[in-house]
Ligand binder design. Structure first.
Ligand SMILES: Nc1ncnc2c1ncn2[C@@H]1O[C@H](COP(=O)(O)OP(=O)(O)OP(=O)(O)O)[C@@H](O)[C@H]1O
Ligand SMILES: [Mg+2]
Length: 240
């Protein structure tokens, strides 16, 4: 579904992504984990068309989308839940969700989707007429995901869904993501924390200083410390 090859992205002289290769097949839940400044947000922004790559290819369902405008990509089924959620705090939950429905031409189907999404996130139905700024962090994260789902994405990308949330709330958000993935939605999630990744991931990439330093199946990473070692870049690996 998504085929990123030798992707390089720069901010002026700084190389934020350096020859990155990442693939996501339909139905997968792929995670990209990495410390602060690794280039995770840059990756998702570039796939979404918000940044232009210096070089490399981004294939999405068979065509190269590098440099295509974000609105076009949205229509083609790419949705991004950005870092920090970016909900409209002064609007109600309902109004925030209507924004997600704006790109839909099939209004009747969009309404049905809304109904289904409110079943996945019942708290949003409870708070439907409330101002989004009054939601808790976890509820805001659910709202941001719900809004993205209303675009009926084929690939949903989420930038740090667990950021700033209490452990119990992370459990809830991850459980919803697991349900969505089980129902067939393809996910590309970036996280700074590796704590919950293996609960949901089918495959994991570790990104450090703009480079992929490890990629493996979640199954293989479940035993041993390979993920943590790659994440922290233990010097022991170099001398081994
Ligand atoms: N707009 C920008 N202009 C210049 N440099 C930037 C810009 N955005 C990010 N960078 C730099 O690019 C590198 C990658 O940043 P990015 O935000 O992609 O990292 P990240 O993995 O998402 O980090 P975090 O976990 O803190 O969100 C960092 O060195 C960062 O300082
Ligand atoms: Mg980031």
């Amino acid at each position: 579904m998504l085929d990123i090859s030798e992707l390089t992205v720069r901010y002026g002289k700084l190389t934020a992504l350096d020859q990155v290769d990442i693939r996501v097949a339909g139905g997968e839940a792929v995670f990209v984990v990495g410390p602060n400044g690794a280039g995770k947000s840059t990756l998702l922004k570039t796939i979404s068309g918000l940044l232009r790559p210096a070089s490399g290819g981004i294939g999405f369902e068979g065509s190269d989308i590098a440099g295509v405008a974000p609105e076009k990509l949205c229509q083609r089924g790419l949705a991004l839940v950005p870092e920090g959620r970016h909900i409209f705090r002064t609007l109600t939950v309902e109004e925030n969700l209507l924004v997600g429905m704006m790109i839909r031409r099939d209004k009747a189907a969009a309404k049905q989707d809304l109904e289904r999404i409110l079943q996945t996130f019942p708290i949003l139905r409870d708070r439907f007429r409330g101002v989004a700024g009054n939601l808790s962090g976890g509820e805001q994260q659910q709202l941001a995901i719900a809004r993205a789902l209303l675009q009926r994405p084929r690939l949903l990308m989420i930038d740090e869904p667990s950021l700033g949330l209490a452990p119990l709330v992370i459990d809830q958000v991850y459980a919803s993501l697991k349900d969505l993935n089980a129902a067939g939605l393809t996910l590309l999630v970036v996280e700074q924390s590796t704590a919950r990744v293996l609960d949901l991931a089918t495959r994991v990439y570790v990104l450090r200083s703009g480079k992929v330093v490890l990629s493996d199946s979640a199954e293989a990473l479940a035993t041993g410390n390979a993920m943590e070692e790659a994440y922290f870049g233990y010097a022991g690996r170099e001398s081994a």
